[in-house]
Structures are given as C-alpha cells and as structure tokens.
Ligand binder design. Structure first.
Ligand code: CDP
Ligand code: CDP
Length: 207
C-alpha cells in the first residue's frame, strides 16, 4: 500500500504521515528533507540557489546531512523552495523517491508532488491543508520553542512566499491530485486530524 500525503508548509502533513506510517506499519519518507538537504548544501558551499548548475552540484549531498537539525530551519526551507523549482534538481531526486515508494510492503511519502508525480498510482492520496494564518501560528510556535526570535508576521510572510513559489512553478507544482482526498486541519487537533486521515485512507483502500 502506497500512501501519498501532500500539502503546504505546516499544514500538518508530516505529523499525519508519521502517524499513518505507525498505524499501517509502513516506512515513511519526508521528501521535503531531500530538498532541504540540497538547500543546506547550497548555503554551506556559498552557491547561488537560483542557478540551476549550482543547485545540481548540491544534489550529491551525504545522507548523514539528513539528520542535521539545521535542515528544519526556516532559512533552509526558503532556499529549499528556490532549488526545488529547477527541473534537473527534481529529476535528480526522483528515482530515490520512486524506489522508496516501490518497497515490497508499501510506504508513506509526504511532500508536494507525491500524488501527482512521484506515486501517481498511490492507493490513497491525501491533500492536507489549513489557512495560512493557522499554519503560520503553528510554525511560529515551533520556532519559538527552539528559541528563535522570529516574529509571527515574518513567519506568515515566509509561508505565503513559499506557497506562491511552490504552487506557481512550472515543474511539478504543489497541487491536489484529481483523486486525492482533501483534509483541512485548520480546526482539528492532531488526534482528530490523524483519526480523519485513517478514515480517509481506509475508505480509499476499501473502494
Ligand atoms: O509537515 P508539515 O510542515 O505540513 O507540518 P507538521 O510539521 O506536521 O505540523 C506543523 C506543526 O503544527 C507541528 O508543530 C504540529 O504539532 C502542529 N499541528 C497542529 O497543531 N495541529 C494539527 N492538526 C497538525 C499539526
Ligand atoms: O515541512 P514544510 O512543509 O515546511 O517543508 P518541506 O516539506 O520540508 O519542504 C521544503 C520545500 O521543499 C518546499 O517548500 C518545496 O519547495 C520543496 N518540496 C518539493 O518541491 N517537493 C516535495 N515533494 C517536497 C518538498
């Protein structure tokens, strides 16, 4: 069983994907982390994220970089959405994601283009969303807990900028697959969102 979970920043897709992976006992891949690793490498090596050749040079990152907490920062997230717009960067990361999805028992993947590009034949597809203000509040809370002085307004502006870049790009833009089930988590607790996600997946698999 392949489960595709897509949606914008801080919609709750990662939390839901991890919970689904535990519920169905399937391996989970956070595909955003791959783009974040490219971005972190671009920043570390002082490359230019807008230049496709620079971004491609950063695709050969070492796997242990995926464990670095810095990858989760807003700074890296913004650059991730710049490097992820390059067609050749997406192509460089495609096989790794497809291989993960093709494991014998199945897998849960979360990102922006899982249901549309990476696993168009997934058995269940969710598109997780929430209002920009609620997503910004969630992300702001996370950053505050990490000791970041960033303001709510800055987080909201960053989320809007990233939404626009991710949905507006020509290559694999963020969008809901025609056969995906929408899941709005704006007014759901984590527990309620996960319960709803399991219901939606069970309904898809039964159908
Ligand atoms: O993976 P994505 O960026 O879409 O979001 P996440 O990391 O799963 O969730 C972002 C934050 O929102 C986390 O701190 C979650 O605990 C929180 N959250 C929430 O408050 N309510 C939900 N229904 C889902 C997530
Ligand atoms: O957790 P959050 O939603 O904030 O971000 P993420 O999922 O780690 O993704 C970071 C960036 O990587 C996104 O803003 C996208 O530009 C890019 N991305 C993508 O293009 N395709 C994916 N399948 C996953 C992430």
């Amino acid at each position: 069983m392949i489960i595709a979970v897509d949606g914008p920043a801080a919609s709750g897709k990662g939390t839901i994907a991890r919970a689904l992976s535990r519920h169905y006992n399937l391996p989970h891949l956070d595909t955003g982390l791959l783009y974040r690793a490219v971005a972190a490498t671009v920043l570390r090596d002082k490359l230019t994220p807008e230049r496709e050749a620079d971004a491609i040079a950063a695709c050969g990152f070492e796997d242990r970089l995926l464990e670095d907490p810095w990858l989760r920062s807003d700074e890296v997230g913004q650059i991730a959405s710049v490097v992820s717009a390059h067609a050749l960067v997406r192509a460089a990361l495609l096989q790794r994601q497809r291989r993960f999805a093709a494991q014998p028992g199945g897998a849960v993947l979360d990102g922006r283009d899982i249901g549309t590009v990476i696993a168009p034949d997934a058995h269940a597809k969710l598109f997780v969303k929430a209002t920009p203000a609620i997503r910004a509040r969630r992300r702001h809370l996370e950053l505050q807990k990490q000791g970041s002085p960033v303001t709510y307004d800055k987080v909201l502006a960053d989320i809007r900028a990233r939404d626009e870049r991710d949905a507006g790009r020509a290559n694999a833009p963020m969008m809901m697959a025609a056969d995906a089930a929408p899941l709005d988590t704006s007014f759901l607790s984590i527990e309620a969102a996960v319960q709803r996600a399991v219901e939606l997946v069970d309904a898809r698999v039964a159908a």
